[in-house]
Design a protein around this ligand. Structure first.
Ligand code: AMP
Length: 190
């Protein structure tokens, strides 16, 4: 199996690149942000609870997100591999992911980090907010809160995967196709 994590701050282009990667490598896409928004739009209890955190730009509790990812993996036993997009975002999530993959007798193959500076990210998110309708992309203080969460809770995972020799950073500014080629080069070198 090819299991990859697409890593990076909000607005780095994880969703855009995931779409391209999953069609090239025939992978299942797990975006916890998309799954949470689908729950919210369906008006489930989980979705309503999660929305309180999403609206403030805070992370949703680990147990909720881990449970969702586990259900998704169990529902796709035929998968040739997974792209984890927006997950893991905390150390407990990374630990839980390792355990879940062990249960599938597999592991993380590679972690691809999209590196983009904060000014560019704010610009991109505010622009996306105009068309996506995502409330958390429309308010600059919510966006800054999401960066804080990223700095405090998610960025430490870069070191966790670097220590395993699995992390590869790619400059996430420029043409989508050029960035995509750089990501593919790391995967194809595996
Ligand atoms: P995203 O679409 O990945 O930018 O996620 C939007 C929001 O969903 C985040 O700001 C969090 O509130 C929540 N969220 C998504 N993925 C996670 C995760 N792995 N852990 C905790 N909260 C998450």
């Amino acid at each position: 199996m090819l299991n990859l994590i697409i890593f990076g701050p909000p607005g780095a282009g994880k969703g855009t690149q995931s779409e391209k990667l999953l069609s090239k490598y025939q992978l299942q896409h797990i975006s916890t942000g998309d799954l949470l928004r689908a729950e919210r739009n369906a008006g489930t209890e989980l979705g309503n609870q999660a929305n309180e955190f999403i609206a403030k730009g805070e992370l949703v509790p680990d147990a909720v997100v881990i449970g969702m990812v586990k259900n998704f993996m169990i529902a796709h036993p035929e998968a040739k591999g997974f792209i984890f997009d927006g997950f893991p975002r905390t150390t407990p999530q990374a630990d839980a992911l390792d355990v879940m993959l062990q249960e599938f007798q597999t592991s993380i193959s590679i972690v691809l980090g999209l590196e983009v500076n904060e000014d560019e990210l704010v610009k991109r998110l505010l622009l996306r907010g105009q068309s996506s309708g995502r409330a958390d992309d429309q308010d600059e203080s919510t966006i800054r809160n999401r960066f804080q969460e990223y700095q405090n809770k998610t960025l430490p995972l870069q070191g966790y995967y670097q220590a395993q020799g699995k992390y590869h950073g790619v400059m996430g500014i420029g043409e989508v196709e050029v960035i995509f080629s750089a990501l593919c080069a790391h995967i194809d070198a595996l």
